[in-house]
Design a protein around this ligand. Sequence first.
Ligand code: COA
Length: 331
Amino acid sequence: MNSIEIRSTILGMGISVPSRILTNFDLEKIIDTSDEWITERTGIKERRILEDGENISKHAIKASFEALKEANITPEEINLIICATLTPDYLIPSLSVLIQDGIGARNAGAFDLSATCSGFIYGLAVADQFIKNNPDWKILLVGAEALSRKTNWKDRSICVLLGDGAGAVIIGKSSEPQRGILDFVIGADGSYWELLTLKGGGSCFAPFDERLPKEEYYIKMQGKEVFKIATRMMEKIALELLKRNNLTSKDIKLLVPHQANLRIIEYLRERLGLPKEKVYINIQKYGNTSAASIPLALYEANKEGNLEKGDLVLLIAFGGGFTFGGTLLRW
Ligand code: COA
Protein backbone atom coordinates (compact mmCIF):
# COMPACT_ATOMS: atom_id res chain seq x y z
CA MET A 1 0.00 0.00 0.00
CA ASN A 2 1.27 3.50 -0.84
CA SER A 3 2.26 5.33 2.36
CA ILE A 4 0.13 8.34 1.37
CA GLU A 5 -3.00 6.22 1.84
CA ILE A 6 -2.07 5.33 5.41
CA ARG A 7 -3.30 7.65 8.09
CA SER A 8 -2.61 7.27 11.79
CA THR A 9 -5.24 7.98 14.39
CA ILE A 10 -5.95 7.95 18.11
CA LEU A 11 -7.46 4.58 19.05
CA GLY A 12 -7.77 5.16 22.79
CA MET A 13 -7.03 7.73 25.48
CA GLY A 14 -6.43 7.78 29.23
CA ILE A 15 -5.39 10.27 31.89
CA SER A 16 -4.30 10.23 35.51
CA VAL A 17 -3.54 13.11 37.84
CA PRO A 18 -2.46 13.18 41.49
CA SER A 19 -5.39 13.45 43.91
CA ARG A 20 -3.69 16.22 45.90
CA ILE A 21 -5.10 19.63 44.92
CA LEU A 22 -3.18 22.84 45.54
CA THR A 23 -5.51 25.84 45.26
CA ASN A 24 -4.63 29.49 44.81
CA PHE A 25 -5.73 30.00 48.41
CA ASP A 26 -3.20 27.37 49.53
CA LEU A 27 -0.52 29.31 47.63
CA GLU A 28 -1.56 32.54 49.35
CA LYS A 29 -0.36 30.90 52.58
CA ILE A 30 3.16 30.16 51.31
CA ILE A 31 4.05 33.07 49.01
CA ASP A 32 3.10 36.70 48.43
CA THR A 33 0.30 36.17 45.92
CA SER A 34 -3.49 36.16 45.75
CA ASP A 35 -6.24 34.11 44.18
CA GLU A 36 -7.34 37.30 42.42
CA TRP A 37 -3.92 37.91 40.81
CA ILE A 38 -3.45 34.30 39.69
CA THR A 39 -6.99 34.00 38.31
CA GLU A 40 -6.83 37.31 36.47
CA ARG A 41 -3.31 36.92 35.04
CA THR A 42 -3.37 33.17 34.27
CA GLY A 43 -6.88 31.67 34.54
CA ILE A 44 -5.59 29.04 36.96
CA LYS A 45 -7.61 28.23 40.11
CA GLU A 46 -5.89 25.04 41.23
CA ARG A 47 -3.35 22.44 40.15
CA ARG A 48 -2.57 18.78 40.98
CA ILE A 49 0.61 18.05 42.92
CA LEU A 50 2.31 14.74 43.63
CA GLU A 51 2.42 13.63 47.23
CA ASP A 52 5.84 13.09 48.80
CA GLY A 53 7.02 9.67 47.68
CA GLU A 54 4.53 9.51 44.81
CA ASN A 55 6.09 9.38 41.33
CA ILE A 56 4.72 10.46 37.97
CA SER A 57 5.43 6.98 36.51
CA LYS A 58 2.47 5.76 38.56
CA HIS A 59 0.14 8.15 36.73
CA ALA A 60 1.74 7.53 33.35
CA ILE A 61 1.10 3.80 33.84
CA LYS A 62 -2.48 4.33 35.01
CA ALA A 63 -3.25 6.59 32.04
CA SER A 64 -1.68 4.02 29.70
CA PHE A 65 -3.85 1.19 31.03
CA GLU A 66 -6.96 3.29 30.45
CA ALA A 67 -5.87 4.13 26.88
CA LEU A 68 -5.16 0.43 26.18
CA LYS A 69 -8.60 -0.51 27.45
CA GLU A 70 -10.33 2.09 25.30
CA ALA A 71 -8.33 0.98 22.24
CA ASN A 72 -9.19 -2.62 23.10
CA ILE A 73 -5.62 -3.85 22.76
CA THR A 74 -3.29 -5.70 25.10
CA PRO A 75 0.10 -4.40 26.35
CA GLU A 76 1.82 -7.14 24.32
CA GLU A 77 0.43 -5.62 21.12
CA ILE A 78 2.30 -2.34 21.69
CA ASN A 79 5.35 -1.99 19.41
CA LEU A 80 6.67 1.32 20.67
CA ILE A 81 6.31 3.57 23.71
CA ILE A 82 7.16 7.26 23.41
CA CYS A 83 7.02 9.33 26.56
CA ALA A 84 7.14 13.11 26.19
CA THR A 85 8.47 14.52 29.43
CA LEU A 86 10.94 16.95 30.91
CA THR A 87 10.52 15.51 34.39
CA PRO A 88 11.10 11.73 34.26
CA ASP A 89 11.36 9.84 37.56
CA TYR A 90 15.09 9.38 36.85
CA LEU A 91 17.61 10.32 34.17
CA ILE A 92 18.39 6.61 33.87
CA PRO A 93 16.16 4.74 33.23
CA SER A 94 13.85 6.74 31.00
CA LEU A 95 10.23 7.15 32.02
CA SER A 96 9.17 5.22 28.93
CA VAL A 97 10.86 2.01 30.11
CA LEU A 98 9.21 2.35 33.52
CA ILE A 99 5.91 2.54 31.66
CA GLN A 100 6.90 -0.47 29.55
CA ASP A 101 7.63 -2.47 32.68
CA GLY A 102 4.58 -1.14 34.52
CA ILE A 103 2.08 -2.15 31.84
CA GLY A 104 3.93 -5.29 30.74
CA ALA A 105 4.52 -4.21 27.13
CA ARG A 106 7.24 -6.77 26.60
CA ASN A 107 7.32 -6.42 22.80
CA ALA A 108 7.76 -2.65 22.76
CA GLY A 109 10.74 -0.40 22.22
CA ALA A 110 10.69 2.65 24.46
CA PHE A 111 12.22 6.11 24.51
CA ASP A 112 11.63 9.50 26.09
CA LEU A 113 11.14 12.58 23.97
CA SER A 114 12.32 15.96 25.18
CA ALA A 115 10.52 18.88 23.56
CA THR A 116 9.18 20.64 26.69
CA CYS A 117 5.53 21.71 26.43
CA SER A 118 5.39 20.78 22.72
CA GLY A 119 6.45 17.22 23.54
CA PHE A 120 3.06 15.62 22.92
CA ILE A 121 2.74 17.30 19.51
CA TYR A 122 6.26 16.17 18.60
CA GLY A 123 5.31 12.68 19.82
CA LEU A 124 2.24 12.60 17.55
CA ALA A 125 4.43 13.60 14.61
CA VAL A 126 6.97 10.85 15.40
CA ALA A 127 4.26 8.22 15.94
CA ASP A 128 2.65 9.23 12.65
CA GLN A 129 5.89 8.46 10.79
CA PHE A 130 6.22 5.04 12.41
CA ILE A 131 2.64 4.12 11.53
CA LYS A 132 3.13 5.23 7.92
CA ASN A 133 6.10 2.87 7.65
CA ASN A 134 4.69 0.09 9.83
CA PRO A 135 0.91 0.24 9.42
CA ASP A 136 0.28 -2.70 11.75
CA TRP A 137 2.09 -1.10 14.68
CA LYS A 138 0.42 0.17 17.81
CA ILE A 139 2.19 3.01 19.57
CA LEU A 140 1.65 4.21 23.11
CA LEU A 141 2.33 7.94 23.37
CA VAL A 142 2.37 9.42 26.86
CA GLY A 143 2.79 13.01 28.05
CA ALA A 144 3.71 12.97 31.73
CA GLU A 145 5.12 15.64 34.00
CA ALA A 146 6.08 16.06 37.63
CA LEU A 147 6.69 19.80 37.37
CA SER A 148 6.09 20.32 41.09
CA ARG A 149 9.42 18.56 41.68
CA LYS A 150 11.19 21.22 39.61
CA THR A 151 9.27 24.17 41.03
CA ASN A 152 10.89 26.85 43.15
CA TRP A 153 8.13 27.44 45.72
CA LYS A 154 9.79 30.75 46.66
CA ASP A 155 9.50 32.12 43.10
CA ARG A 156 5.97 33.48 42.76
CA SER A 157 6.45 34.28 39.10
CA ILE A 158 6.50 30.56 38.28
CA CYS A 159 5.21 28.39 41.13
CA VAL A 160 1.61 29.51 40.61
CA LEU A 161 1.69 28.26 37.02
CA LEU A 162 2.79 24.63 37.14
CA GLY A 163 1.11 21.31 37.90
CA ASP A 164 1.55 17.53 37.58
CA GLY A 165 -0.31 14.95 35.50
CA ALA A 166 -0.23 12.38 32.73
CA GLY A 167 -2.15 11.64 29.57
CA ALA A 168 -1.77 8.68 27.20
CA VAL A 169 -2.98 7.81 23.72
CA ILE A 170 -2.72 4.71 21.55
CA ILE A 171 -1.83 5.51 17.95
CA GLY A 172 -2.52 3.08 15.15
CA LYS A 173 -3.63 2.97 11.54
CA SER A 174 -7.00 4.54 10.89
CA SER A 175 -9.58 2.14 9.49
CA GLU A 176 -11.21 5.09 7.74
CA PRO A 177 -8.62 6.91 5.60
CA GLN A 178 -10.32 10.29 5.89
CA ARG A 179 -10.02 10.21 9.70
CA GLY A 180 -6.89 10.67 11.82
CA ILE A 181 -3.83 12.91 11.65
CA LEU A 182 -4.10 15.06 8.52
CA ASP A 183 -1.04 17.23 8.95
CA PHE A 184 1.40 18.59 11.51
CA VAL A 185 4.00 21.28 12.04
CA ILE A 186 6.96 20.95 14.38
CA GLY A 187 9.51 23.68 14.86
CA ALA A 188 12.07 25.20 17.17
CA ASP A 189 13.96 28.43 17.74
CA GLY A 190 16.91 27.81 20.03
CA SER A 191 17.94 31.45 19.99
CA TYR A 192 15.45 32.02 22.82
CA TRP A 193 16.75 29.21 25.02
CA GLU A 194 17.72 31.44 27.92
CA LEU A 195 14.16 32.67 28.50
CA LEU A 196 13.03 29.35 29.97
CA THR A 197 15.57 27.06 31.62
CA LEU A 198 16.22 24.21 34.01
CA LYS A 199 19.99 24.02 34.18
CA GLY A 200 20.58 21.88 37.26
CA GLY A 201 20.65 18.19 36.42
CA GLY A 202 22.15 18.73 32.97
CA SER A 203 25.76 17.88 32.15
CA CYS A 204 27.19 21.41 32.21
CA PHE A 205 27.59 21.23 35.94
CA ALA A 206 28.42 18.23 38.07
CA PRO A 207 25.73 17.36 40.62
CA PHE A 208 25.86 19.74 43.60
CA ASP A 209 28.34 21.99 41.75
CA GLU A 210 28.61 25.05 43.96
CA ARG A 211 29.13 27.33 40.97
CA LEU A 212 25.50 26.79 40.02
CA PRO A 213 23.08 28.76 42.22
CA LYS A 214 20.43 26.62 43.96
CA GLU A 215 17.63 28.35 42.01
CA GLU A 216 19.00 26.84 38.81
CA TYR A 217 17.85 23.41 39.97
CA TYR A 218 14.30 24.65 39.33
CA ILE A 219 12.47 25.88 36.26
CA LYS A 220 13.18 29.56 35.63
CA MET A 221 11.30 31.74 33.22
CA GLN A 222 11.15 35.28 31.93
CA GLY A 223 7.36 35.18 31.73
CA LYS A 224 6.66 38.43 29.93
CA GLU A 225 9.05 37.66 27.09
CA VAL A 226 7.82 34.06 26.83
CA PHE A 227 4.25 35.35 26.68
CA LYS A 228 4.95 37.59 23.70
CA ILE A 229 6.75 34.94 21.68
CA ALA A 230 4.23 32.20 22.58
CA THR A 231 1.27 34.20 21.29
CA ARG A 232 3.07 35.08 18.05
CA MET A 233 4.27 31.55 17.35
CA MET A 234 1.03 29.76 18.21
CA GLU A 235 -0.90 31.99 15.83
CA LYS A 236 1.70 31.48 13.10
CA ILE A 237 1.56 27.67 13.34
CA ALA A 238 -2.24 27.58 13.42
CA LEU A 239 -2.51 29.78 10.31
CA GLU A 240 0.18 27.80 8.50
CA LEU A 241 -1.58 24.50 9.14
CA LEU A 242 -4.94 25.88 8.01
CA LYS A 243 -3.56 27.58 4.93
CA ARG A 244 -1.65 24.65 3.55
CA ASN A 245 -4.69 22.40 3.97
CA ASN A 246 -6.95 24.92 2.21
CA LEU A 247 -8.95 25.42 5.40
CA THR A 248 -10.05 28.43 7.40
CA SER A 249 -10.66 28.66 11.13
CA LYS A 250 -14.40 28.31 10.37
CA ASP A 251 -13.70 24.67 9.47
CA ILE A 252 -12.30 23.95 12.93
CA LYS A 253 -14.69 22.25 15.34
CA LEU A 254 -12.36 22.44 18.32
CA LEU A 255 -9.05 24.11 19.11
CA VAL A 256 -7.19 22.32 21.90
CA PRO A 257 -4.23 24.53 22.78
CA HIS A 258 -1.42 23.96 25.24
CA GLN A 259 -2.77 25.19 28.58
CA ALA A 260 -0.06 27.65 29.70
CA ASN A 261 -2.02 30.82 30.36
CA LEU A 262 -5.68 31.67 29.73
CA ARG A 263 -4.64 35.01 28.25
CA ILE A 264 -2.41 33.29 25.69
CA ILE A 265 -5.33 31.01 24.76
CA GLU A 266 -7.73 33.95 24.54
CA TYR A 267 -5.30 35.85 22.34
CA LEU A 268 -5.03 32.89 19.98
CA ARG A 269 -8.80 32.41 19.93
CA GLU A 270 -9.37 36.04 19.00
CA ARG A 271 -6.67 36.08 16.33
CA LEU A 272 -8.22 33.00 14.73
CA GLY A 273 -11.70 34.48 15.05
CA LEU A 274 -13.03 31.45 16.92
CA PRO A 275 -16.06 31.60 19.21
CA LYS A 276 -15.44 30.59 22.83
CA GLU A 277 -17.26 27.28 22.49
CA LYS A 278 -14.72 26.15 19.88
CA VAL A 279 -11.76 26.37 22.25
CA TYR A 280 -11.26 23.79 24.98
CA ILE A 281 -9.90 25.09 28.26
CA ASN A 282 -9.14 23.19 31.48
CA ILE A 283 -6.21 25.29 32.74
CA GLN A 284 -8.34 26.35 35.73
CA LYS A 285 -8.07 22.79 37.13
CA TYR A 286 -4.53 21.76 36.26
CA GLY A 287 -2.35 24.82 35.50
CA ASN A 288 0.46 24.25 33.02
CA THR A 289 1.35 20.55 32.93
CA SER A 290 3.76 20.89 29.99
CA ALA A 291 3.79 17.71 27.85
CA ALA A 292 0.70 16.38 29.68
CA SER A 293 -1.35 19.48 28.96
CA ILE A 294 -2.73 18.62 25.50
CA PRO A 295 -3.58 14.97 26.23
CA LEU A 296 -5.32 16.03 29.46
CA ALA A 297 -7.33 18.63 27.54
CA LEU A 298 -8.11 16.42 24.54
CA TYR A 299 -9.26 13.59 26.80
CA GLU A 300 -11.58 15.83 28.81
CA ALA A 301 -12.89 17.60 25.70
CA ASN A 302 -13.88 14.20 24.32
CA LYS A 303 -15.35 12.88 27.58
CA GLU A 304 -17.45 16.02 27.92
CA GLY A 305 -18.98 15.35 24.50
CA ASN A 306 -17.27 18.13 22.56
CA LEU A 307 -16.08 15.85 19.76
CA GLU A 308 -18.02 13.93 17.18
CA LYS A 309 -16.85 11.63 14.42
CA GLY A 310 -15.57 13.68 11.48
CA ASP A 311 -14.87 16.87 13.48
CA LEU A 312 -11.75 18.82 12.56
CA VAL A 313 -9.51 19.34 15.61
CA LEU A 314 -6.50 21.63 15.87
CA LEU A 315 -3.86 21.04 18.57
CA ILE A 316 -1.31 23.83 19.10
CA ALA A 317 1.59 23.87 21.55
CA PHE A 318 4.51 26.01 22.51
CA GLY A 319 7.28 25.50 25.04
CA GLY A 320 10.74 26.31 26.36
CA GLY A 321 13.62 25.94 23.97
CA PHE A 322 11.71 27.32 22.18
CA THR A 323 9.79 24.49 20.60
CA PHE A 324 6.42 24.71 18.95
CA GLY A 325 4.07 22.52 16.99
CA GLY A 326 0.57 21.83 15.79
CA THR A 327 -1.50 18.85 14.69
CA LEU A 328 -4.53 18.91 12.46
CA LEU A 329 -6.70 15.86 12.88
CA ARG A 330 -10.05 14.58 11.75
CA TRP A 331 -11.79 12.97 14.73
N1 COA B 1 1.33 36.93 42.49
C1 COA B 1 1.26 38.26 42.63
N2 COA B 1 2.01 39.12 41.94
C2 COA B 1 2.86 38.60 41.04
C3 COA B 1 3.00 37.23 40.85
C4 COA B 1 2.19 36.38 41.63
N3 COA B 1 2.23 35.04 41.51
N4 COA B 1 3.93 37.01 39.91
C5 COA B 1 4.37 38.21 39.52
N5 COA B 1 3.72 39.17 40.21
C6 COA B 1 3.88 40.61 40.12
C7 COA B 1 5.22 41.02 39.56
O1 COA B 1 6.19 41.06 40.59
C8 COA B 1 4.93 42.38 39.02
O2 COA B 1 4.92 43.31 40.08
P1 COA B 1 5.51 44.79 39.85
O3 COA B 1 4.64 45.39 38.78
O4 COA B 1 5.34 45.40 41.19
O5 COA B 1 6.91 44.59 39.42
C9 COA B 1 3.48 42.25 38.51
O6 COA B 1 2.94 41.12 39.20
C10 COA B 1 3.38 42.02 37.05
O7 COA B 1 4.30 41.02 36.71
P2 COA B 1 4.47 40.51 35.25
O8 COA B 1 5.55 39.48 35.18
O9 COA B 1 4.55 41.72 34.36
O10 COA B 1 3.05 39.79 35.05
P3 COA B 1 2.42 39.26 33.76
O11 COA B 1 1.14 39.92 33.55
O12 COA B 1 3.39 39.21 32.60
O13 COA B 1 2.11 37.75 34.17
C11 COA B 1 2.97 35.55 33.86
C12 COA B 1 3.17 36.89 34.52
C13 COA B 1 4.12 34.62 34.21
C14 COA B 1 1.67 34.94 34.36
C15 COA B 1 2.88 35.75 32.35
O14 COA B 1 3.95 36.52 31.91
C16 COA B 1 2.88 34.46 31.57
O15 COA B 1 1.99 33.66 31.71
N6 COA B 1 3.88 34.25 30.73
C17 COA B 1 3.95 33.10 29.86
C18 COA B 1 4.25 31.91 30.68
C19 COA B 1 4.13 30.67 29.92
O16 COA B 1 3.20 30.47 29.22
N7 COA B 1 5.12 29.81 30.10
C20 COA B 1 5.12 28.51 29.65
C21 COA B 1 5.41 28.41 28.22
S1 COA B 1 5.12 26.77 27.79
